[in-house]
Design a protein around this ligand. Sequence first.
Ligand code: THU
Length: 135
Amino acid sequence: MSLLSAATEVRLRAYAPYSRFKVGAAILSVEGNLHVGCNVENVAYPEGTCAEAGAIAAMIAGGDTRIAEIAVIADSPEPVPCCGGCRQKIAEFAGQDVRVTLYTTDGKSKVLTVAELLPGVFTLAHMDATPKVGV
Ligand code: THU
């Protein structure tokens, strides 16, 4: 199954009664497996989770470790960019050149790399450079 088909299918299972904005995400892992996620909202609004976060959780729970490619789909006029939090979450598990394809349900798409999605990403290297004062 293609990443687009998997994201399209899982999007229909999104739980989005508050925003009514359903999102689907599909990851091809470096290990060669497909993992999917959809947004799951909550009446306590900040507790809701994004489709990308769900797909990442499924990848890790499934025993895979790295993203080779990711696709996201939503019913929006233009391909919806991942939220800031999801950009950081994707960057945790993907190289800078990994392809992120954003789709609309009516066939538009936009391809970005992880580097384009989150320029200046905060990484472990930045923490290592932090002076360890008082430890
Ligand atoms: N949402 C995602 O799942 N992924 C995105 O990239 C953008 C936003 C969800 C969160 C919330 O359930 C709904 O879309 C409206 O923000």
